[in-house]
Write a protein that binds this ligand. Structure first.
Ligand code: CDP
Ligand code: CDP
Length: 227
């Protein structure tokens, strides 16, 4: 029997991580964990409770009463924050544009990393985020660092927004993506960075199926090397 593995997919915003990670998990019958949704959920709760997004101590206190539940469902997993369905709300621009403030806070990172490691301990997993290969699952057998040009990522977000009835200019999207890339790559704790043993995968000119195929190939190679 092929050994079950940990697959870590990191990279900047809109590189295609969650779309691809979900499909890879389905193909392999692995658990999928979207760690970005966790930071978004904390941001959502903080905004709702009037907690300052850069106040580490206040966020730490808030997290003592923080309940996060993921329910696998098609087409996307449902996210419950303190009992409330926040699946759609955590994707709103208000959250997207402020989440990097919250994710830079030490207590938040510590708590979320512990939760993610707990989820991964349950079995074979595909986990996507910014620091999975470097910090959360440093022993993952397959590590992918997924990138795409800022322009291509803005195009992808633009199309996604249009399908949801949201119209944002390409210029604004490129600016927002670049700003988030900068914040995520320059924070002090667990910044977005390619693990030394991660495979760099540029998806700028690849469609979703092509990226999934490539990752499944890397998984096969890793399984071969283990045997
Ligand atoms: O889907 P998108 O690329 O817009 O972002 P996401 O994966 O939902 O992550 C939202 C934000 O959470 C990122 O911009 C990071 O600030 C933070 N994040 C993080 O710090 N560490 C992770 N492992 C995952 C996300
Ligand atoms: O999770 P992350 O922010 O990295 O990206 P995503 O939310 O999975 O993907 C952003 C958008 O790009 C989605 O609408 C995907 O359908 C699309 N996408 C694409 O067009 N081509 C790819 N190779 C990967 C994703």
């Amino acid at each position: 029997m092929t050994r079950k593995m940990q697959i870590a997919i990191d990279g900047p915003a809109s590189a295609g991580k969650s779309t691809v990670a979900k499909l890879v998990a389905k193909k392999l019958d692995y658990i999928y964990c979207d760690t970005g949704a966790m930071y978004r959920a904390v941001t959502y709760a903080a905004l709702k409770q009037g907690v300052a997004l850069d106040d580490d101590a206040a966020l730490k206190k808030m997290l003592t009463n923080f309940e996060l539940k993921f329910v696998p469902a098609a087409p996307e997993q449902l996210v419950y924050v303190n009992g409330e369905d926040a699946t759609q709300a955590i994707r709103l621009p208000e959250i997207t544009n402020q989440v990097s403030l919250v994710s830079a806070q030490a207590s938040v990172r510590q708590e979320m990393t512990a939760k993610q490691q707990e989820i991964a301990a349950a079995g074979a997993i595909v986990m996507d985020g910014r620091d999975i290969g470097t910090t959360v699952l440093p022993a993952a057998e397959v590590k992918i660092f997924m990138v795409a040009s800022v322009h291509e990522r803005a195009v992808r977000r633009y199309k996604e927004n249009i399908s949801k009835g949201i119209e944002t200019s390409m210029e604004t999207l490129e600016q927002e993506i670049s700003a988030r890339d900068y914040k995520d790559s320059h924070r002090e704790i667990s910044p977005l960075t390619q693990a030394s043993d991660a495979i760099l995968l540029d998806t700028t000119s690849l469609n979703i199926e092509e990226v999934v195929e490539k990752i499944l190939y890397f998984v096969k190679q890793a399984q071969k090397n283990e045997n």
